[in-house]
Design a protein around this ligand. Structure first.
Ligand SMILES: NC(=O)c1ccc[n+]([C@@H]2O[C@H](COP(=O)([O-])OP(=O)(O)OC[C@H]3O[C@@H](n4cnc5c(N)ncnc54)[C@H](O)[C@@H]3O)[C@@H](O)[C@H]2O)c1
Length: 445
């Protein structure tokens, strides 16, 4: 089968490569000529573990073009994975999705026979059966039905493990215009997945709600764990990891994402949560739980900032280890490390930062105000207080003697408890967040 994929970004490029690696002939499309050129040169257009290897093994089946109608008319199924940015009210904008849908419609005018259109971008409830379907029908001159299938099929991947997550998903969520469309999409996944994921097929609105509900449930869980960490910091003898490990052993709860540390960030969790609350409010439903989750998340940066300030004397330098929103990615959207750096810089504190992948992006976002360290050790050596904001595996092997100071002890705040306790405690004042003793500046909490 031939598949076209519109949007060769963080999700679209891996999806195109996964399909090509499983035997489909794939034509990628992007309005960005650099992404198209990269695919045609056999290069990954985005940095994602495993992506380059997939492209290497699938080159004969993977090409790209800027001509969306041509790509659509030469294929049997089209996946759309373009941005759906949040608008001022917190809802997702369909601006790019509508433009993409229009070009798909133009392509369909040039071909006969059945075609399946799959919206993979995250959209608000009501979009699929509303303006997205209407735009497709208007531009294609066809009605969704016997010759045109339409599905909503959002992804549940995490950046840094997109390829793995696409090959071995927990669940495939399909909102379908009709059984024929849903069955065709299900068959594509039978061929492309390495595992046998749960397949959930339903109408559009249920799928639209399910997508943001999954992420909102996870953000609620993270904020819950962070609330526990906050309590443990104030309760002598308490250890958040001991508590969450035991709480998560109950099968009704589960341990995944039950880790008290920093707030959640990235391009999906914060905005999906806010969109969920906006949807509830717009319907007159109670949105308090989603709003509280967001408030608890915003409070996390105050917690860490307070702990840093309590340990800073004068305008000492703060060393921040970890600026990406999670390990194994260069993405800094809604990153807690960058947010902390920004707050400290705004208050006049010098900041030095290190991240294995996100240093360039963080430097640009902070407009060169943060000093970039060449290594984690250099960051630690230059700092008067050190904070671990992202649990990069590299940080577990920082040379312990970098934490040593002559005539004093370096305060080290480890939000993720990744630094080796004994060797670091031998030379520095290491504080594991969530294990009691997080002193904060007066008035912060
Ligand atoms: N990044 C994530 O972690 C993640 C996770 C789950 C869902 N999503 C959703 O997936 C969607 C895409 O996210 P992303 O992170 O891949 O975005 P991205 O910005 O990395 O990539 C989008 C790509 O689409 C291209 N594009 C824009 N308009 C186009 C058009 N009309 N035709 C062809 N290409 C076009 C852009 O040039 C860009 O390369 C969004 O709706 C997002 O919410 C993202």
């Amino acid at each position: 089968m031939k598949i076209s994929v519109l949007g060769l970004g963080k999700l679209g490029a891996p999806l195109a490569a996964v399909f090509a690696s499983k035997g489909f002939t794939v034509v990628g499309v992007d309005v960005n000529p650099a992404a198209v050129a990269a695919i045609n040169a056999g290069q990954a257009p985005v940095d994602e573990p495993g992506l380059q290897a997939l492209i290497d093994e699938s080159r004969s089946r993977l090409s790209a073009t800027e001509d969306a109608p041509a790509a659509v008319s030469s294929t049997e199924a089209t996946f759309i994975i373009v941005p759906t940015p949040s608008d001022a009210s917190g809802r997702f904008s369909n601006e790019y999705a509508l433009r993409a849908m229009a070009t798909v419609g133009q392509g369909l005018q040039r071909k006969d026979g059945y075609h399946l259109v799959v919206m993979t971008s995250t959209v608000m409830a009501g979009s699929m059966d509303g303006e997205l379907r209407a735009t497709l029908e208007r531009h294609s001159g066809r009605t969704v039905g016997p010759t045109l299938g339409l599905c909503y099929n959002p992804e549940f991947i995490a950046l840094g493990s997109v390829v793995r997550d696409m090959l071995r998903p927990d669940m495939i969520l399909i909102g379908e215009s009709d059984a024929q469309a849903g069955a065709m999409l299900e068959n594509i996944y039978h061929q492309s997945c390495d595992n046998k994921p749960a397949i959930r097929r339903m109408n559009f609105v249920n799928a639209e709600l399910t997508k943001i509900s999954v992420n909102t449930f996870v953000t609620t869980k993270i904020s819950y764990a962070n609330m526990l960490a906050d309590i443990c910091d104030r309760l002598p003898g308490a250890d958040v990891d001991v508590v969450t490990h035991a709480v998560g052993a109950d099968s009704r709860v589960g341990v995944k994402y039950l880790k008290g540390a920093t707030g959640y960030g990235g391009p999906c969790f914060p905005r999906d949560n806010v969109a969920f609350a906006a949807l509830a409010r717009s319907l007159g439903a109670n949105s308090e739980l989603a709003e509280a989750t967001d408030r608890v998340n915003r409070y996390q940066i105050e917690r860490v900032l307070g702990a840093v300030q309590a340990r800073l004397e004068g305008k000492g330098t703060v060393g921040i280890l970890g600026l990406s929103y999670k390990p194994h990615t260069a993405v800094i959207e809604e990153s807690q490390g960058v947010a902390l750096a920004e707050r400290l810089l705004n208050e006049g504190h010098p900041v030095i930062g290190f991240d294995p992948k996100a240093l360039g992006a963080a430097d640009a976002k902070l407009r060169g105000r943060m000093k970039s360290a060449a290594s984690a050790e250099e960051c630690v050596r230059a700092a008067d207080v050190v904070v671990v904001m992202t649990p990069w595996p590299e940080f577990t092997t920082i040379a312990p003697d970098s934490f040593a100071r002559t005539g004093s002890r370096l305060p080290v705040i480890d939000c993720w408890r990744v630094l080796p306790a004994e060797p670091v405690r031998a030379v520095a004042d290491l504080l594991y967040v969530g294990q009691g003793g997080l002193t904060v500046a007066a008035g912060i909490l």
